[in-house]
Design a protein around this ligand. Sequence first.
Ligand code: NDP
Length: 333
Amino acid sequence: MTTSTLPDTYRALRVIQDGDERRAEFQTLPLSELPDGEVLIEVSHSSLNYKDGLAVTGKGILRQLPMTPGIDLAGTVLEDRSGTYVPGDAVILTGWGIGEQQDGGYATHARVKADWLVRQPAGTDASWAMSVGTAGFTAMLAVMALEDAGVRPEHGDVLVTGAAGGVGSTAIALLAHAGFTVTASTGRTEEETYLRELGATNIIPRDELPALTRPLEKERWGGVVDTVAGETLAGAYASTRTHGAVAVCGIASGIGLKTTVFPLILRGVSLLGIDSVTCPQPRRQAAWKRLALDLPASRLASVTQTRGLSEVTELAPQILAGQVRGRTVIDVN
Ligand code: NDP
């Protein structure tokens, strides 16, 4: 179905190759420059994630150039050649390679595949959707994975690492809402009040989290949501209680994981991989449905700041430096 009033052009933040350098600049382009896809979307909001920080600062996650970064978006359908959506439908898109392998959400318009989209849950809006964004969606997947692995509140504290970041903040709120006692590990202890307001009971400074010294450490965590990897993950995994589970989400401190199989085979600990990008559609819909119930706009307010698209180039290095608290919604207009 189509509307008769499609624009001729759209405005996008594009990362371009300029000699030896990659840099971001605004461009106005004909609509025909958008990638293939059945659904044309008028984007109203995107968000700022760690990967967007990498893309905008030219750190190599964009598969080709020029490209529009922005790994998530929310907006309104203008046309859909698949017939799944009608003009005016509110939709959300996270992952599937947008803002990495093809143009993403830092633009007034996007063209994408119909089966990548999720309908905006009733009673929510695009600003809420991007306040959740890829980070909140990933946190929801992590919490669901822990629950599916049998982790329950009575099994002990759940540790959240990178706690003041986007995935960490939303994971704390979701876990606390589900009845878990949450220990937050952070490099920013000045954010203690913020983390407690989100629902964390205990705060551990990042450098006080025990690193791995033995294959099996003292049993401490019923479950773990890890966003940083490296030594932190190795220590948390070795300290996970018998039949607990670790949801591995991110690489904020590096990509390494030096450990042994002992927690797996002597304690039945599960290492759970979380990939929000290729998450299958039924799981996506279940996650968004639960997010609408468990993380309404009122609970996200203290986690969220809204900034303009023109501010993204200034914010990108800040998120890479771990200086952005919680979630940043990008108003693209
Ligand atoms: P943020 O930058 O918002 O949060 C990352 C947090 O990690 C920071 O706020 C900081 O928390 C902590 N941190 C930063 N640098 C270091 C360091 N050197 N050592 C230890 N901790 C550090 O990013 P997001 O929350 O958006 O993403 C977190 C991670 O999850 C990223 O690696 C991202 O790529 C990944 N991710 C993965 C997804 C998936 O599908 N698997 C989807 C979305 C994100 P604090 O200040 O509290 O210490």
